[in-house]
Design a binder for this molecule. Structure first.
Ligand SMILES: Nc1ncnc2c1ncn2[C@@H]1O[C@H](COP(=O)(O)OP(=O)(O)OP(=O)(O)O)[C@@H](O)[C@H]1O
Ligand SMILES: O=c1[nH]c(=O)c2[nH+]cn([C@@H]3O[C@H](COP(=O)(O)O)[C@@H](O)[C@H]3O)c2[nH]1
Ligand SMILES: NC(=O)CC[C@H](N)C(=O)O
Ligand SMILES: [Mg+2]
Length: 509
C-alpha cells in the first residue's frame, strides 16, 4: 500500500477525524503516535501534526524530534502542532486571556495563497485551545487571523510548512476540507489514488504474495467486516481459505441458516458449526455481565481451536480487524479503559501458533462497505446493523435459558421485520430488543397475566462511540408493541429506551 500521508498523534480527540477527511480526498494516510515516528519516511509525501490536550509550555508535553520532517517535506501543523512549531522556533506561545472554544470567522486572509484557494471570505473555523501564539516563529508569514486570534494561520518562508490554530478536520470548519485539499493536492501534490478498486487490486496481489499456498482459517460472523475480509481473501487464495461460522445459540432468529445460505451464493468455503448447546450449557446460571462476556470469549476460542485442529496444516488466522480498532490500540492514549470486555476471536492464546492476517486493518467502516460493494457483496448484507459478538446473551438481563433466548429472538424478529417493512431499517444505525428480568401484571382476554417486559432500543450513531435514541414514529411503536404482545407468548409489556450514549451505552450489559 502506498503510504502517502503521515499523521502524528499528540493525543487529540480529533486525530482520527483528520484521517477521515484525508481519506475522503481518496488519499491514503496513517496515524502514528508522536513518539513512534517511522524511521523510513521515503514513502510519505506529506506530514500532518495534530492537536493535543497538552500545552507546549508544559514539562510532560510531547516534544518530538522533527528534524527528518521539517523543511524536508510538506508539513501541515494543526493547533497544538502550530503552537509547537512556534514555541521551538523562535516564536512565543502563552496562555490566552480567554479560552477559545467553538466557532470563529476568519477576518483576514492573505491574498494569493494557494492554501486558501476557494475559501470564502469570513470563512467559519472551529477553535479549541487555551494557549495562543503571541509571536510567530522565525521566517514565518501570517496567513490568516480571526477577531480574537491574530495568528490563526502562518507559513514558513523557504519551506512547505503551514500551520493553523483552528481545526480543519472538524465539520464546523466550513472550508476545512478545502484547505486540507489545497495543502495535500495543490501544495504537496499527493496523488488521489486511494479508491476501493485500487485497494482491492493491491490487497489481492499483496495477499497472494504473502500467503502463497498456505491455508488460512477465518471466523465468519455474518457481519460486514469478517464477510468483506473473507471475500477479499477468497479472491486471493480461493479454496485455501476455510471460513468457520459458529452458532453460539445467541444469534437472531433463523440467523444461522440464513447466513449460511447467503454465503453459499458467494463461492466461499464455509463450515457452519452448531455449538448452541455448548455455549448455553456453559452460560447456564451466569447473570454477571462481565462473566457472561468472558465465558463466551473462552468458549469461542475453544470451539475455534477444536475446528482448526480438524484441518491440517493451517498456518494463518484471518481477522476482520478495521482501522479504528488499530488506532485504539496504538494511539497516544493507548487502549481505552475497559467499560465492557469485547469478546474477540482475535485474542487467541499462544498455543494456537497461528500467524495473523488482517486485510482490512487500514480501513474505516464506510470504506469497508465500499470495498464490499466493489467486490459485489449483496447490499443487504453490507447494510446490516452491527450485532455484538456475544449476541443476545447481553440483551437477556440476568441468567440465560433456552426459553428466554427464544422469547427474545421472537421479539427481536417482530421489531426488525417491522423496521424493514416501514422503511425505517436503513435510517437506524442499530436496533434490537432487550429482555428484562422483571415480570409485570397485565390483562389479556379478561385474565390476569404476570409476564415479561421487553425494552426496544434503536439508535443513531456513526461509530458506536456515541449514540442518540431514534425518534421512531409513534404509529410504528404502537403497531410493533401490539404485534409483540400478541405474537410472542410470555411478554405482556413493551417499553422504549430513550437514553443516549453517554451516559448510557447502546447495549444494556
Ligand atoms: N458466530 C461467529 N462465528 C465465527 N466467528 C465469529 C462469530 N462471531 C464473531 N466472530 C469472529 O469474531 C470477530 C469479532 O466479532 P465482532 O462481532 O466483535 O466483530 P465485528 O467488528 O462486529 O465484525 P463483523 O462485522 O465481522 O461481525 C469477527 O470479525 C469474526 O471473525
Ligand atoms: O463485537 C462486539 N462485541 C462485543 O462484545 C460488544 N459489546 C458491544 N458491542 C457493540 O458495540 C457498540 C457499542 O456498544 P456499547 O455502547 O454497549 O458499548 C454497539 O454496536 C454494540 O452492539 C459489541 N460488539
Ligand atoms: N486542540 C489543541 O491542540 C489545543 C492545544 C493546546 N492544548 C491548547 O489548549 O491551546
Ligand atoms: Mg459482529
Amino acid at each position: 500500500m502506498q503510504h502517502n500521508v503521515l499523521i502524528l498523534d499528540f493525543g487529540s480527540q480529533y486525530t482520527q477525524l483528520i484521517a477521515r477527511r484525508v481519506r475522503e480526498l481518496n488519499i491514503f494516510c496513517e496515524i502514528f503516535p508522536y513518539n513512534h515516528i517511522p524511521s523510513d519516511l521515503s514513502s510519505y509525501k506529506a506530514v500532518i501534526l495534530g492537536g493535543s490536550p497538552f500545552s507546549v509550555r508544559g514539562e510532560d508535553a510531547p516534544h518530538p524530534d522533527l528534524s527528518q520532517i521539517r523543511g524536508k517535506m510538506p508539513l501541515l501543523a494543526v493547533c497544538y502542532g502550530a503552537q509547537y512549531l512556534a514555541h521551538f522556533s523562535g516564536g512565543e506561545v502563552a496562555a490566552s486571556n480567554t479560552r477559545e472554544y467553538g466557532r470563529a470567522n476568519l477576518s483576514y486572509i492573505k491574498e494569493g495563497e494557494t492554501f486558501f484557494d476557494g475559501v470564502s471570505e469570513n470563512s467559519q473555523v472551529w477553535m479549541s485551545h487555551s494557549d495562543s501564539i503571541k509571536a510567530l516563529p522565525t521566517n514565518a508569514v501570517k496567513l490568516a487571523s480571526t477577531h480574537d486570534v491574530e495568528y490563526a494561520a502562518y507559513k514558513i518562508e523557504g519551506e512547505t510548512t503551514y500551520a493553523i490554530q483552528y481545526h480543519p478536520e472538524v465539520y464546523h470548519s466550513t472550508d476545512g476540507k478545502k484547505m486540507l485539499e489545497n495543502f495535500l493536492v495543490k501544495i504537496a501534490e499527493v496523488p488521489q489514488n486511494f479508491t476501493p478498486n485500487a485497494f482491492v487490486d493491491e490487497m489481492v496481489a499483496e495477499l497472494k504474495e504473502k500467503l502463497g499456498n498456505d491455508k488460512v482459517v477465518l471466523g465468519l460472523s455474518g457481519g460486514v467486516d469478517s464477510t468483506v475480509a473473507a471475500v477479499l481473501l477468497n479472491k486471493a487464495i480461493g479454496q485455501n481459505l476455510y471460513c468457520i461460522f459458529v452458532n453460539n445459540g445467541l444469534l437472531r432468529k433463523n440467523e444461522f441458516q440464513n447466513v449460511l445460505d447467503q454465503y453459499k451464493g458467494m463461492g466461499l468455503n464455509v463450515k457452519g458449526v452448531d455449538a448452541g448447546d455448548r455455549f448455553l450449557g456453559e452460560l447456564a446460571g451466569i447473570s454477571d455481565p462481565e462473566t457472561k462476556r468472558k465465558t463466551i470469549g473462552r468458549v469461542f476460542i475453544e470451539v475455534f481451536d477444536d475446528e482448526s485442529h480438524l484441518l491440517e496444516d493451517v498456518k494463518w488466522l484471518a481477522q476482520g480487524t478495521i482501522y479504528p480498532d488499530v488506532i485504539e490500540s496504538v494511539s497516544v492514549k493507548g487502549p481505552s479503559a475497559t467499560i465492557k470486555s469485547h469478546h474477540n476471536v482475535g485474542g487467541l492464546p499462544d498455543y494456537m501458533k497461528l500467524k495473523i492476517v488482517e486485510p482490512l486493518r487500514m480501513l474505516f467502516k464506510d470504506e469497508v462497505r465500499r470495498v464490499g460493494a466493489t467486490l459485489g457483496i449483496d447490499p443487504e448484507l453490507l447494510g446490516r446493523h452491527p450485532f455484538p459478538g456475544p449476541g443476545l446473551s447481553i440483551r437477556i438481563l440476568g441468567d440465560i435459558t433456552p426459553e428466554k433466548v427464544q422469547i427474545l429472538q421472537d421479539v427481536d424478529s417482530v421489531f426488525i421485520e417491522g423496521l424493514k417493512s416501514w422503511g425505517l431499517y436503513d435510517k437506524v444505525w442499530q436496533a434490537g430488543a432487550i429482555l428484562l428480568p422483571v415480570n409485570s401484571v397485565g390483562v389479556m382476554g379478561d385474565e390476569r397475566t404476570y409476564e415479561k417486559v421487553v425494552a426496544l432500543r434503536a439508535v443513531e450513531s456513526t461509530d458506536g462511540m456515541t449514540a442518540d435514541w431514534v425518534h421512531l414514529p409513534y404509529d410504528f411503536l404502537m403497531k410493533v408493541s401490539n404485534d409483540i404482545i400478541n405474537k410472542v407468548k410470555g411478554v405482556n409489556r413493551v417499553v422504549y429506551d430513550i437514553s443516549s450514549k453517554p451516559p448510557a451505552t447502546i447495549e444494556w450489559e
